[in-house]
Structure formats: structure tokens, C-alpha cells
Design a protein around this ligand. Structure first.
Ligand code: PLP
Length: 391
């Protein structure tokens, strides 16, 4: 894969826009036709032509070509959020009476889809520990039509053996969907391993500047046109030209940013692991990570997100640590320029905090683009506050 060509040239027809280096935001809702027959042909092939920007748009088209090429896929669709990419990767392939097997605790809004929306239409889901092929096989029923994977996930980083799961699914005619947001196509190539549909929250690394919510889905033309003519068009889930342009700009620096994130993470995690205030560090690039071998096989790198289990008896200590951080700032999301943290205890009423439960003491860090020494110093100063929280 020639990433430089993909990111800098592929899909860009400069002559059609005054030889501008940066492609225009083609801010239009609709496209003109000279004859009835031209319009007729467009109606018959909306997936492939410019008719209306809820479907296709030239700015989006440049982006789609790059995203498909990065993933080694035939085609891509770009959505107005990662969540809508999830919705549209599942809905078109299920009907009443069907069954899905999903990794346990997938991304919150994927789980909501499986738990709240799909059961209303007679589609059931079994959650499994997806770390072993045998677990997928055991959970598969005659009516199983779709496997939903997320490898690694974004809190505990469990992996699924992608090639084995994809191979088994294919032998049973089961479609496979993966959330590849953690790795992006630069660190993991799900289609090479046989996965049918790969999605990402483009809000994270692809956008990379915390200024755009978007999603991406790649796969075969057959799958994507099926999605296009059903849920994609009926929900109007596509990205706007402006968001496509922001993502194009983000993509230019994707390899640089990911490398910086990986390098900074590689500098921080061994230090964090040694700190007395860190009871456990969860990071798939750590050789002690339970699935470190599998991570090495199917991911070229790891970085960005890592989870700490802090040593603390009281929730106030964890809060004092989090509140004291100044370079890691508190917010949801990740993948932007800025380092972030999110403590599990923020999702709990204080009185439910149970220090005996390590999950309650988890803090997820996202290592951004700042100087790693500055980030390390910030963690060191904040750790002082773990011990001096008021009783
Ligand atoms: C953020 C996220 C999503 C959802 O993406 P949005 O762009 O916020 O809709 C899906 N999966 C993972 C792993 C995420 O981190």
C-alpha cells in the first residue's frame, strides 16, 4: 500500500477545480441535468453518480476513494457519526427472527442498538467473550446472520482472533462487522484477515483535531450499495461536504499523528507500570498483556489509549488525581491532538463506588500530540494528590 499516494493524490482531479491543491467543499444539495434522459440514468444509478448530496457529493467522493484504498477495500461510505456507521452496518443485514453474536460490552451505542432497538424487531443478540474462536462457534445458532467485533475495544483492549473468526463466519454465510476505531487501517487491516465490513469512528484518529463527528465503513461494493439503497439513504446518515473536507485535511497527517501517539505512549506506559500508585496497567502493546501475541500478529502497532487501575481506598482520591491533571484534560472521546482522561467513577454515583472493585478504580488515558515529557510530569504531579485527598 502506497500510503503517501493515497493520502496526497488519490481521487484528486485538480484540473477540475482550478488546479487548487486543496479540494473544494462542494457545498451544494443538488446537481443539474441537461436532459430528461440524463436525469433518468442518474435515478437508476444513484450510488454511482451525483444527483443529490444526501447520496453522493464530489468532496465526499475524494474522501471515499482514499478511505477505501487505505483499508484495501472496494468502496467506502462516510457517515455523520461513528454511531450511524454502526447502525447502518448492522440493520440492512438482519430481519425478524435473526440472531447476532457480539463481543461483550461493545461500544455503548452499539450495545444500545442490540439491547433496545433490535429486540423490538425480533432480532436477538448473544454477547460473548470474543477472545477465542470456540466462543463464537458455541454461540452460533442456525439463525445467526452477523458477528459484531471490536478489536481492540476502547477500555480493556480485548482482541478477537480476526482471521479465525472471519474464516469460520464465511464458512457459515455469516457476515462479519468490526469496529476498527482503535487501530485505523494503518495499524490493522481487517479486510486482509477476511472481515467483511470495517467501520471506524472518524471522530477519533481520522479527523484527529476534535472538530468533527463522523464515521467510516468500508467493504465490498455489493455490501455497501445494499447499505446505500437502504439505511444510508433512508436515515440520511451521510457526512456533509464540509465534514468530508475536514476529514480529508485530517487524513493528510494521519501517519504522522499516529506515529507520534505510538511513540509517546511507548515512552509513558513502561514508566506508568512501575509507579507505586498504579495497581495495574492495561495496554495491548505491553508484553504482559494477556493477548500480547495476538496483538503482535494482527496489529502493526498499539498506542493512544491505555487504562490504569489506580491504588485508592476512596473515590475522592481518584477524583483528586483526575482533577489535578492539567495536560491530560477530562472529556469523552479521543484521537485528537489533546491528551485526555476519563475515570470510570464518573459514570457512577459517588455512594456506589466500591474500592474493592478494580473496574471502579479504572482511569482511561488518551495520549495526544503534546511533548511526552510534559505529559509524564503532569501524571507525576497529579499522583501526589492521590494520597492527600480530604477524608
Ligand atoms: C467514539 C466511538 C464510536 C462512536 O463514534 P462517534 O463518532 O462518536 O459516533 C464507536 N466506536 C468506538 C470504539 C468509539 O470510540
Amino acid at each position: 500500500m502506497d500510503i503517501s499516494y493515497i493520502l496526497n493524490q488519490l481521487g484528486e482531479d485538480h484540473a477540475s477545480y482550478f488546479n487548487a491543491v486543496s479540494p473544494p467543499i462542494v457545498q451544494t444539495s443538488n446537481f443539474l441535468f441537461d436532459t430528461v434522459d440524463d436525469l433518468r440514468q442518474a435515478f437508476a444509478a444513484e450510488y454511482d453518480v451525483y444527483l443529490y448530496s444526501r447520496g453522493n457529493n464530489p468532496t465526499l467522493e475524494i474522501l471515499k476513494q482514499k478511505l477505501a484504498a487505505l483499508d484495501g477495500a472496494e468502496d467506502a461510505l462516510v457517515f455523520n457519526s461513528g454511531a450511524s456507521a454502526i447502525f447502518c452496518s448492522v440493520l440492512p443485514f438482519v430481519k425478524s427472527g435473526d440472531h447476532i453474536v457480539s463481543v461483550r460490552s461493545p461500544y455503548t451505542w452499539a450495545q444500545r442498538l442490540f439491547d433496545v432497538i433490535l429486540p423490538r424487531f425480533g432480532v436477538s443478540t448473544t454477547y460473548i467473550d470474543g477472545t477465542e474462536l470456540a466462543h463464537w462457534q458455541q454461540a452460533t445458532q442456525p439463525n445467526t446472520v452477523l458477528y459484531y467485533l471490536e478489536s481492540p475495544n476502547s477500555w480493556t483492549y480485548q482482541l478477537q482472533p480476526l482471521e479465525a473468526v472471519a474464516g469460520f463466519a464465511r464458512s457459515r454465510g455469516i457476515i462479519t462487522v468490526i469496529d476498527n476505531s482503535y487501530c485505523t487501517p494503518l495499524w490493522q487491516q481487517p479486510h486482509q484477515l477476511g472481515i467483511d465490513l470495517s467501520l471506524q469512528s472518524a471522530t477519533k484518529y481520522l479527523g484527529g483535531h476534535s472538530d468533527c463527528v463522523a464515521g467510516v465503513l468500508t467493504g465490498s461494493k455489493a455490501h455497501l450499495s445494499q447499505i446505500f439503497y437502504s439505511e444510508y439513504m433512508t436515515t440520511g446518515a451521510g457526512a456533509t461536504p464540509f465534514h468530508a473536507w475536514l476529514l480529508l485535511r485530517g487524513l493528510r497527517t494521519l501517519p504522522l499523528r499516529l506515529q507520534r501517539v505510538a511513540d509517546s505512549t511507548a515512552r509513558l506506559w513502561p514508566w506508568l507500570k512501575q509507579q507505586p500508585w498504579v495497581e495495574q496497567l492495561i495496554f495491548p502493546g505491553d508484553p504482559d498483556f494477556p493477548q500480547a501475541d495476538l496483538a503482535r500478529q494482527q496489529m502493526s502497532q498499539a498506542g493512544g489509549l491505555l487504562t490504569l487501575v489506580l491504588r485508592a481506598q476512596r473515590v475522592e482520591q481518584i477524583e483528586a488525581f483526575c482533577n489535578a491533571l492539567q495536560r491530560f484534560r477530562m472529556a469523552v472521546s479521543w484521537g485528537g491532538h489533546e491528551s485526555l482522561l476519563i475515570p470510570k467513577c464518573a459514570g457512577l454515583p459517588r455512594q456506589q463506588f466500591d474500592a474493592a472493585n478494580p473496574v471502579h478504580r479504572q482511569v482511561r488515558l488518551y495520549v495526544g500530540l503534546e511533548e511526552p515529557a510534559v505529559l509524564q510530569a503532569d501524571l507525576a504531579q497529579a499522583s501526589q494528590h492521590l494520597s492527600d485527598a480530604p477524608l
